[in-house]
Design a protein around this ligand. Structure first.
Ligand code: 5SP
Length: 226
């Protein structure tokens, strides 16, 4: 079990885009710690979501940290735009470019927290030489590109490896894909402290249910009763 604070980061990929501002407000009112923004380019991943213009529009809705997951390759040309649009944490993929070290330094130079994401097939060793250049490690527990997929069980072992690599450093360990109240305890036991949850929070797109869904994931992750 991690000793770092548990953070719940609903992914707006599963929000009702026709009411996006209200959907962001609703998860903030429901207890979200971060707003997770999935940016997909139709090249690095087989889907297109939204870009910095949308990010900027929803930034106006809340002061909560925006946790922006860039599924873009090559990504460097977009970092400044997302920083300017109000991202607080900018995460790039280890697989998305050959100059990961430079990219992470560029994010920090923009005054933002730098995150690195690993696809399911990428070993934790891929980030061993940049671990002191990141504030967050994101272990993808599904293949990126779509919400609503099932958690890949092997991700638990990978989270443990990532936690061991992080050691005593001031780095968050985030998990993304197929996270629910049913698996959050096992995920926390494997060392994660930031839980991205799209469909398990936004299912049905009924704002009246978001607080209970967020609370259930948090309770499971912290080992409490909801
Ligand atoms: O980055 C991604 C998908 O690429 C994720 O953030 C998903 O959007 C999570 O959705 P669920 O698996 O929780 O529905």
């Amino acid at each position: 079990m991690t000793t770092r604070p548990i953070r719940i980061a609903p992914s707006i990929l599963s929000a009702d885009f026709a009411r996006l501002g209200d959907e962001v407000k609703a998860i903030v009112d429901g207890g979200a710690d971060y707003i997770h923004v999935d940016v997909m380019d139709g090249h690095f991943v087989p889907n297109i979501s939204f870009g910095a213009v949308v990010m900027k529009a929803i930034r106006a809705v809340t002061d909560k940290p925006f946790d922006v997951h860039l599924m873009i390759s090559p990504v460097d040309a977009y970092l400044a735009e997302f920083a300017k649009s109000g991202a607080d944490i900018i995460t790039v993929h280890a697989e998305a470019g050959v100059h990961l070290h430079r990219t992470l330094q560029a994010i920090r130079a923009l005054g933002k927290k730098a995150g690195v994401a690993l696809n399911p097939a990428t070993p934790v060793s891929a980030i061993q030489h940049v671990i002191d250049d990141v504030d967050l490690v994101l272990v993808m527990s599904v293949n990126p590109g779509f919400g609503g997929q099932s958690f890949i069980p092997e991700s638990l072992a990978k989270l443990r490896q990532a936690k061991a690599l992080i050691g005593g450093r001031d780095i968050d360990l985030e998990v993304d894909g197929g996270v629910t109240a049913n698996n959050a305890r096992a995920i926390a036991d494997a060392g994660a402290n930031v839980f991205v949850a799209g469909s398990s929070v936004y299912a049905g797109n009924d704002p009246a249910t978001y607080a209970d869904r967020i609370a259930a994931i948090r309770a499971a992750a912290t080992g409490r009763t909801a």
